[in-house]
Write a protein that binds this ligand. Structure first.
Ligand SMILES: *Cc1c(COP(=O)(O)O)cnc(C)c1O
Length: 364
C-alpha cells in the first residue's frame, strides 16, 4: 500500500548485488548461500531473490514454504533450509522440490527418513553443535547419524556448524577446533561461516559460506563500520518534517518530557515512530539527517513521530527530507549507529521495519 504519509523505505538493489559479490570475493573458493530468512532481513524476500537470482550460488531460508515458493518461482540453485524440517509435510517437500535441508538432531533425521520414499535423492547438511548449544548434533549423535545415512543411497552430505562469537573477542578458534575434531575423518563439503566469519576468519570459509547481514550492508562488528568493510547500505528509511516547534529554555519535548531545552531551540517533528520500526529506545542524541545535514533526535520516540533538533538547520521546514537510516536523500546515517544508540543491532532494526511502511525499489 502506498500512502501519502511521507515515510518510505527504499531498497538499493545494486548495493545488495555489490555486497553479495564482496562476500564471494572474500571467500573465492567457496560458494555462497545468500541468507534471505526473515523476509531478507526486512528488505523483502522477493526483492532480494530477483536481485540475486542470476548470481547467487544458492539461497538460505527458514520456512519450508518459502523454499518451495522459490522453487515454484523458477529458482534452480540449491535452497537451504537453515533449521531443517518442522513436520512430515516439510520432509515430503524436501524430496519433491530438491531442497537442501539441515538435520540438527536424530529425531529430525528419523522424521525426514520416515516421511520420504526410500532411496529418493536427499541433500542434507548435518549441523554440528560445536559450542553454541542451540541446534546441532553432539559427537555421539553425529556418529549415529552418519552411520544411518551411510546405509542409504543418493544422500549428498555436507557438515555444517554456526559460530557464536565470530564477531567479537571470543572468535572462532574453539568452535573450529571442536568441528575439526568431530569431523576429523570427513573429506566432504563443509559450511561454517556467517558474515562475521567471512569477513574476519578466512580459515572458516570451507565449501559454502552463509552471508546474511553483510548482504544488507550492515556490519556484524561493533568495532568496524560497514563502510570500512566495503559494504553498501541496502535499505534507506526516509521521511519528512511534518511539524516545527520553537522552544524557549526550559521547554520540554515529547512523552515524559525527558528532553529539556537549555537554550532557544527549533525542533522538527518527523513522520516516523516506533510503529514504523524505529527503535523506541533510541535516546535523545541519536544521529539523524535532515536536508543533507547531520543532527540528533530529541525526546522520546512516539508511536508515529519523533523529534529532531533543527536549530542549526534553519533552511529545514515542513516537508524537509529526513533520513532515519541508510543512504537516503537527506544524507547517510549508518543503521549500525542508530542501532548502537538504541542498544541493539542493525539486524533487529531491519527485521522490525513495519508492514505499514511503503517500500520502493531503487534501480539506479
Ligand atoms: C542467519 C544465519 C546466518 C547468517 O548470519 P549473519 O550473521 O547475518 O551473516 C548464517 N547461518 C545460519 C545458520 C543462520 O541462521
Amino acid at each position: 500500500m502506498t500512502t501519502s504519509r511521507p515515510i518510505r523505505a527504499r531498497i538499493f538493489r545494486a548495493a545488495l548485488l555489490h555486497n553479495y559479490r564482496l562476500a564471494r570475493r572474500l571467500a573465492p573458493t567457496a560458494k555462497a548461500w545468500a541468507v534471505i530468512k526473515a523476509n531478507a532481513y526486512g528488505h523483502g524476500q522477493w526483492r532480494a531473490v530477483e536481485t540475486l537470482r542470476e548470481e547467487a550460488d544458492g539461497f538460505a531460508v527458514l520456512e519450508c514454504e518459502n523454499a518451495v515458493a522459490l522453487r515454484e518461482a523458477g529458482i534452480i540453485q540449491p535452497i537451504l533450509q537453515l533449521e531443517g524440517i518442522f513436520s512430515a509435510r516439510d520432509a515430503r517437500a524436501v524430496a519433491e522440490f530438491g531442497l537442501t535441508t539441515v538435520v540438527h538432531c536424530l529425531e529430525q533425521l528419523a522424521l525426514l527418513l520416515d516421511s520420504v520414499t526410500p532411496g529418493a535423492p536427499l541433500a542434507i547438511c548435518l549441523k554440528l553443535n560445536t559450542g553454541m548449544n542451540r541446534l546441532g548434533l553432539g559427537a555421539a549423535d553425529l556418529r549415529q547419524a552418519r552411520e544411518i545415512l551411510a546405509r542409504i543411497p543418493n544422500v549428498e552430505l555436507t557438515l555444517m556448524t554456526h559460530f557464536a562469537g565470530a564477531d567479537g573477542e571470543c572468535g572462532v578458534a574453539e568452535q573450529l577446533a571442536r568441528f575439526s575434531e568431530m569431523a576429523s575423518d570427513w573429506q566432504g563439503p563443509v559450511s561454517l561461516a556467517n558474515s562475521a566469519a567471512i569477513l574476519r576468519h578466512p580459515q572458516t570459509h570451507g565449501d559454502w559460506v552463509r552471508p546474511g547481514i553483510m548482504l544488507y550492508g550492515a556490519s556484524p562488528f561493533a568495532d568496524q563500520s560497514a563502510e570500512e568493510l566495503g559494504l553498501q547500505p541496502v535499505m534507506a528509511l526516509e521521511s519528512e518534517i511534518i511539524g516545527v516547534q520553537q522552544l524557549a529554555p526550559g521547554d520540554r519535548v515529547g512523552y515524559g518530557g525527558t528532553f529539556v531545552a537549555e537554550r532557544p531551540m527549533r525542533i522538527g517533528v518527523v513522520a516516523c515512530g516506533y510503529a514504523d520500526g524505529y527503535p523506541r529506545h533510541a535516546p535523545s542524541g541519536t544521529p539523524i539527517a535532515v536536508m543533507g545535514k547531520m543532527t540528533r533526535t530529541v525526546g522520546r520516540v512516539s508511536m508515529d513521530m519523533l523529534a529532531c533538533d533543527l536549530t542549526d538547520i534553519p533552511e529545514a521546514g515542513l516537508g524537509a527530507p529526513v533520513t532515519l537510516w541508510g543512504n537516503g536523500r537527506a544524507g547517510c546515517v549508518p543503521a549500525d549507529i542508530v542501532a548502537a544508540a538504541a542498544g541493539t543491532i542493525a539486524y533487529e532494526l531491519f527485521c522490525a521495519l513495519a508492514p505499514r511502511v511503503p517500500v520502493g525499489v531503487d534501480d539506479e
